[in-house]
Design a protein around this ligand. Sequence first.
Ligand SMILES: Nc1ncnc2c1ncn2[C@@H]1O[C@H](COP(=O)(O)OP(=O)(O)O)[C@@H](O)[C@H]1O
Ligand SMILES: [Mg+2]
Length: 318
Amino acid sequence: MLGVAGRTAFGFAATTLAAVALFRAHTRRFFRLTTELKRTHRRAMQLERERDQAQQELWPRLCEERELHQQKIQFQAQLSEYEKYAALAQLALGAAHEINNPLLGILSHLELELKASTDPEQGLEIEQCIAGAKRISATLRGLVNYARPGPLMLSRINLHRLVADTLGYLEGQPLLRGKQVENQVPPDLPPIRADANQLSQVLMNLLLNAAEATVAGGKIAIAADRLTLVDSIEIRVTDTGCGIAPDVLPHVFEPFFTTKRGKGTGLGMSISQAYVRSHNGEIRVDSVVDRGTTVTLTLPIRQVNADSNETEENEVVV
Ligand SMILES: Nc1ncnc2c1ncn2[C@@H]1O[C@H](COP(=O)(O)OP(=O)(O)O)[C@@H](O)[C@H]1O
Ligand SMILES: [Mg+2]
């Protein structure tokens, strides 16, 4: 039989065992909770990292999207501009055809009259009529060129020689008298593949504009460089003329826009732009009033997939 001491000892042992069991259970629970806490912490850290990464990826995407949106607006504006010009071009082609035929009849009739005329005063009047009719005809030709540039006749062009030849046409013209004109195109520039006739017309238009804007004593120069990164050639026609006012500048490529009332056709720049674009190139104007103007053409050295009639591979045409 257990005495009081035995019962007490038994009770103590039982209590101790119960306490130990409880302690173990708590300890196990504690470790389980700690492990779970660590796992949750790791998961939270991973989620945070993922969030940071997503944020990092999101920002450039947002910028990209904003840029795309701006590009879309630009393209839409360009498209509506092209549509406007396409409609204008169709109209111009129709009108040019309708006007040109009777005009040629009038011209040949006037020339016959001039030959037959013996009165000098009447002769002068007829000559003025002929000059007017020729001017209309030249404007119409310009219009047709603008509306429907012919297919590109590509050839390898030595730019230095093309510029020299174009300047040669203008030599002795009263418009260039007293003005310094320089061909600064390096003779060893790599040849470019382009339509020599169209390119020469563009240079001629730009040179005429430069000459018209420059007074005697002024300077006109054509320079060119190779842009190796984009495999293009940059041609700059620079003058020290009157410059273009900021409110005029955005309009210079519009067909028929001219500030030379009664003298200009307003087609030189728009035709030049059409020709440059048909070469997949770009044309830009920078100008400072009373300082001068620089027109910059950027033309690819090669023409990829051009819808064109090409001349011999190694032929250098000027
Ligand atoms: N180099 C230049 N210096 C000053 N103004 C220029 C120059 N080039 C072009 N312009 C301006 O652009 C307008 C349009 O030029 P263009 O299309 O060649 O037509 P046009 O010469 O018949 O007026 C000109 O009337 C002129 O106001
Ligand atoms: Mg002009």
